[in-house]
Design a protein around this ligand. Structure first.
Ligand SMILES: Nc1ncnc2c1ncn2[C@@H]1O[C@H](COP(=O)(O)OP(=O)(O)OP(=O)(O)O)[C@@H](O)[C@H]1O
Length: 269
């Protein structure tokens, strides 16, 4: 199935591929988590990445970000092979990627403004006033009121925390953001609002979005393409229609199970 789906994928210009993962194997001791996995993330798309719990979604994300070592294979970020990048090149690549970790929400002792400024302080050397202005712009960009800037995470709702974390991931004007379960813990309306925001950012900023998610609503509503992780590799990739047509057992039960049918019907009403 995976071969079929991939064989029918249109040829894509290399410059349009923001992240290219080829034949990547990741193991911890004897435990192989990913084996010869290949995946492309294309410029300007919202790619939803799904798979059973424990399948290795976070491991792949961490590997792409350079936080886990791969045993073999090639990862190219913006056309640059990470194994061949100099330290300076690696820093430039890191600056082009924003991340919203599932559990790495915000620093509780810092205000929202200070949280957003963390990547700025790490990578840029800017006067304080300029940093304040830039951080405020990001805070407004994600739909938070200006007065959220001075608040601490404990004073925010779950949805506001996600938005603040998104603002931080956008601090350096990245080309791509990696979102790990961004809508987990949000109620359906909060989750739908967050999805809408992500789609708006993609449309207005040309952002590329890689979203690890279990949220079927998000997959139906905003993802241009979906990749399914299973058996240590990408089992199937394609549009939501491709997922609905897939006979691969896990994909079938996930996308054509009872809950998925309810969402699909609601979307068609
Ligand atoms: N540093 C590590 N050392 C050893 N094993 C690890 C390490 N990191 C992850 N694993 C293992 O790799 C497997 C995949 O984990 P991962 O967290 O990527 O799953 P996941 O698909 O993100 O799951 P979930 O949807 O529940 O978040 C798990 O069996 C996990 O125990």
């Amino acid at each position: 199935m995976a071969q079929q789906a991939q064989a029918h994928m249109p040829e894509t210009d290399d410059t349009e591929i923001v992240v290219s993962v080829r034949d990547v194997t990741v193991a911890f001791g004897d435990k192989v988590v990913l084996e010869n996995l290949s995946l492309d993330i294309r410029r300007g798309e919202i790619l939803g990445f799904v798979g059973a719990s424990g399948a290795g979604k976070s491991v792949l994300l961490r590997t792409v970000l350079g936080l886990n070592k791969k045993r073999s294979g090639t990862i190219k970020l913006f056309g640059v092979d990470v194994d061949k990048a100099s330290d300076a090149e690696r820093v430039r690549l890191d600056m082009r990627m924003g991340v919203l970790f599932q559990h790495g929400a915000l620093f509780s002792a810092l205000t929202v403004l200070e949280n957003v400024q963390v990547p700025m302080r790490e990578y840029l050397d800017l006067p304080r006033q300029l940093m304040d202005e830039l951080a405020l712009l990001k805070i407004e960009l994600v739909g938070l009121p200006r007065d959220a800037a001075g608040k601490f995470p404990s004073e925010l709702s779950g949805g506001m925390i996600k938005r603040a974390a998104l603002a931080r991931s956008l601090a350096l004007d990245p080309d791509i953001v990696f979102l790990d379960e961004p809508t987990s813990g949000l109620d359906p309306i909060g989750a739908a609002d967050f999805d809408e925001l992500v789609a708006k950012l993609r449309d207005t900023m040309g952002l590329t979005v890689y979203m690890v998610t279990h949220d079927l609503d998000s997959l139906f509503a905003v993802c241009d393409r979906i990749a399914v992780l299973g058996k240590k590799r990408v089992l199937v990739e394609g549009t939501i229609e491709n997922m609905l047509a897939s006979e691969e057992p896990w994909v079938k039960s996930y996308f054509r199970g009872k809950r998925a049918r309810q969402i699909d019907l609601a979307a068609r009403e």
